[in-house]
Design a protein around this ligand. Structure first.
Ligand code: FAD
Length: 445
């Protein structure tokens, strides 16, 4: 079979590879001039770096398994995680249970309540009954108002911005279950979480996937924007694609897979039946705006910093070179400053210069010596489909991979739940949907 795939991110490339493994010919079209979508890279000090901070967890076995298949297993690095919490004007270490016991912003009794709540969530396996409650309600009831306000609210804001109080508890539960899986065995392992990073960057994985897809007889084309899915008599028959500045060309396919976001999909197809269209439009996405500082020295000793101080203008700070050494990036220190927000928020419209001006005085609160002269370069990245908002009862509203048009399927991050969206789950979903599409054809034959 010949399959047309829209989108050269983790999901589209993994799906194409899966089709190739079964002897089918998949053609991937990516509108950007590079592969990787949300996990794409740009060079810093001659080394590829993700536009948005990226790491993996031990539980990300779809991604690590794929790396093994591609002969890239030796490129994975597992590094002790190093988490901090900015609160009350200082950084608190927040990696181990001992750090928790020393965490000053909470009185001792609340620290114990937080520890017990965390342990309960890490051990719990069932999530469906948590789905009807918001994380706010559940954590306030279980751990108390103060623990919620000091710990859980900043965590939820850090990921869901202004929607922090509407998020399903199933999502938060999953975060804790997942973090447990990232810890090793025994007491030592329990005390130390490890995070993973492919040392050749995520670009190496996507480039190797593209090579494999080509060897399998498929193809991967960048700067190739799909304009329309050709649908005839309710069936997808092909794609209309513009490569570079060339004319729009029609290509015929037996099956089509779209891995684009739910707000792009309707613009590529004829009018959708109301029910499916509503499922797509009901999902709210938050945008991520990320300012990346390339510094001549370290800013903080922490890799992942939760910001528990509402007066700070960013929701998280990730100092990538506290995970991977600065020497890997030509002795540049890399700090991501991140915000998740909706398009109506004022920061959404700010330029990278305006954002840096807003952020600068607050960087001095993290390191009093910080000075703009430390900044060698800075970059801006915005992703509008960064974070689907997963509210109560979300599992019942997820759009199906089967679209209302025959031979046309959809696989995007809104269909990942209760896990947090991530490259691992896009790889897993891409491969699963490819198998579903092939199985549907065998059943129909
Ligand atoms: C700031 C940030 C931090 C993140 N951190 C992590 C992390 O630490 N670990 C982790 O695993 N994941 C992380 N993620 C999530 C992860 O990057 C995504 O979940 C994953 O990459 C999504 O892959 P995808 O293929 O499903 O979608 P996308 O990457 O969005 O791919 C869809 C592709 O479709 C293309 N496209 C759209 N329209 C068209 C068209 N008409 N024609 C052709 N192509 C089109 C787009 O250009 C895009 O490349 C992060 C994401 C962000 C934004």
């Amino acid at each position: 079979m010949k399959i047309g795939i829209i989108g050269g991110g983790a999901a589209g490339l993994a799906a194409a590879y899966e089709f190739g493994l079964r002897g089918h010919q998949a053609e991937v079209f990516e509108r950007a001039p590079f592969l990787g979508g949300q996990a794409s890279t740009f060079p810093v000090g001659g080394t590829p770096l993700e536009r948005g901070y990226h790491h993996l967890f031990r539980s990300d076995t779809a991604m690590t398994g794929l790396m093994e298949e591609l002969g890239l297993g030796h490129q994975m690095r597992w590094i002790d995680s190093n988490v901090g919490f900015f609160s009350q004007g200082r950084i608190w270490r927040f990696t181990t249970p001992i750090d928790l016991m020393r965490f000053g912003p909470l009185p001792l009794l609340d620290r114990v309540r937080l520890g017990l709540t965390t342990m309960y969530l890490q051990r719990r396996r069932e999530w469906r009954s948590l789905e009807q409650q918001t994380a706010r309600e559940w954590t306030r009831n279980r751990a108390g108002k103060r623990v919620y306000e000091v710990i859980f609210e900043p965590m939820l804001r850090g990921k869901f911005g202004e929607y922090y109080d509407q998020i399903s508890m199933a999502w938060l539960w999953n975060k804790f279950a997942l973090r447990t899986a990232s810890r090793g065995k025994g007491l030592k392992g329990y005390l130390k979480e490890q995070l993973g990073y492919p040392i050749g960057s995520f670009a190496e994985i996507f480039d190797t996937l593209a090579e494999r897809i080509n060897k399998q007889g498929g193809s991967v084309c960048t700067s190739a924007a799909v304009q329309r899915v050709a649908v005839e008599d309710g069936e997808a028959k092909g794609l209309e694609v513009r490569v570079g500045n060339g004319p729009v060309e029609r290509r015929d396919y037996d099956l089509v897979l779209a891995t684009v976001s739910s707000y792009i999909f309707p613009s590529l197809v004829p009018p959708l039946p109301e029910d499916y269209a509503k499922r797509l439009s009901d999902v709210v996405y938050l945008s991520a705006i990320v300012v990346t500082l390339v510094l001549d020295r370290q800013l903080s000793p922490v890799y992942w910093m939760y910001v528990g101080d509402r007066s700070m203008p960013f929701l998280g700070m990730i100092e990538h070179t506290n995970l991977i050494p600065a020497s890997h990036y030509g002795n540049n220190h890399i700090v991501y400053l991140t915000n998740y927000l909706s398009k109506k928020r004022p920061y959404y419209a700010l330029s990278k210069d305006e954002l840096l001006k807003e952020y600068e005085p607050h960087l001095k609160r993290i390191n009093s010596g910080f000075d703009l002269s430390w900044v060698r370069e800075y970059h801006y990245f915005r992703e509008d489909a960064a974070q689907p908002i997963v509210t109560r009862g979300y599992s019942r509203r997820i759009p199906d991979h089967h679209t209302p048009f025959k031979r046309l399927y959809l696989a995007n991050t809104t269909q990942i739940y209760p896990e947090d969206r991530g490259t691992n789950y896009s790889v897993r979903m891409g491969r699963q949907v490819a198998r579903l599409m092939m199985d549907d054809q065998s059943t129909a034959a």
